[in-house]
Design a protein around this ligand. Structure first.
Ligand SMILES: C[S@@+](CC[C@H](N)C(=O)[O-])C[C@H]1O[C@@H](n2cnc3c(N)ncnc32)[C@H](O)[C@@H]1O
Length: 275
């Protein structure tokens, strides 16, 4: 297992490119920086996205993909949060690096200070947002310490089997998932590995195709500013003022009408079931 604490995380933004990776043919040019609930302190994005997913949740499991999932923390974070809030979901992640995918499948981590904080300091009554509190409980329930290193934890078995990981390239995402199949695509701090604008626009087009109408694409704050225009040109909207890095594929009038009919049917069925 790679000790993430020893990985250099301070590679400058936009400094590494996939063409270098292809040329050099090794991992050194890829930035694998990630962590559990990486954005929850700064942006509160994950809490907000989970609240949106709760509204979308119906009887069918939601479909979530982490494109460029690195060691898997993003995937497991969403799996833990969805379970915590009773959201049924199929969550998958892929990455171009076989090293991180192999590690992700094991779900074994040297937790960093912030992550340990979820587990340990929670008991000391530290002030937290409701989301952080909820995640502390979840961490405590779903991780077990492994081996002699005090920072080494592994996710419990059911979490490992519930999440899917594969080796793949975001530039081919359309071949991996069906048309209109995903409720949420997470793609944060990945696209700067693709310097070629045409390739990048092509990836955005593929995102648009595999998202369901009403589906969400979540970038990070900096990327959202760079790519906003391209995404709006493709028909995406930015409906959440405080979260401009969340883009939505709009519903068509037909989709909205279907939603309306479904909600009336649900309402009537509930009434019938009560009797
Ligand atoms: C900085 S990490 C971000 C991890 C995670 N998305 C997060 O925000 O915490 C970027 C990851 O993108 C992966 N990556 C780079 N180019 C990719 C590509 N074309 N297809 C899939 N993954 C890619 C890298 O291997 C790396 O693990």
């Amino acid at each position: 297992m790679i000790n993430r604490l020893s990985i250099k995380n301070n590679i400058p933004f936009r400094a590494i490119h996939l063409n270098q990776y292809e040329r050099i043919g090794n991992e050194t040019v890829l930035n694998h920086k990630t962590s559990f609930f990486r954005y929850s302190d700064k942006e509160n994005t994950d809490a907000f996205v989970v609240s949106l997913l709760r509204r979308k949740n119906n009887n069918k499991p939601l479909t979530i993909v982490s494109a460029g999932c690195s060691f898997g923390e993003e995937v497991y974070s969403y799996a833990l949060a969805c379970e915590k809030y009773g959201i049924k979901a199929n969550i998958s992640g892929f990455d171009i690096s076989s090293t991180v995918i192999n590690e992700a499948k094991q779900g074994k981590y040297y937790l960093n200070e912030k992550e340990l904080d979820y587990l340990v300091k929670y008991q000391k009554g530290k002030k937290r947002t409701p989301f952080q509190k909820a995640m502390s409980d979840t961490f405590a329930r779903n991780f077990e310490q492994k081996g002699r290193h005090k920072n080494c934890y592994q996710l419990k078995n059911d979490k490992l089997t519930n999440c899917e990981f594969r080796l793949d390239d975001v530039k081919k995402i359309q071949t991996l998932y069906g048309k209109n199949s995903q409720d949420l695509i997470l793609c944060r701090y990945v696209l700067y590995h693709i310097p070629n604008i045409e390739e990048l626009y092509n990836v955005f087009g593929q995102f648009e195709k595999i998202l369901k109408p009403g589906g969400l694409l979540c970038l990070n704050d900096i990327e959202a500013k760079y790519y906003k225009e391209a995404l709006l040109t493709l028909g995406f909207i930015q409906p959440y003022k405080n979260y401009p890095w969340i883009f939505e594929k709009p519903k068509t009038r037909k989709d909205k009408l279907n939603d309306f009919i479904n909600s009336i049917e649900n309402f009537i069925n509930k009434g019938v079931n009560k009797k």
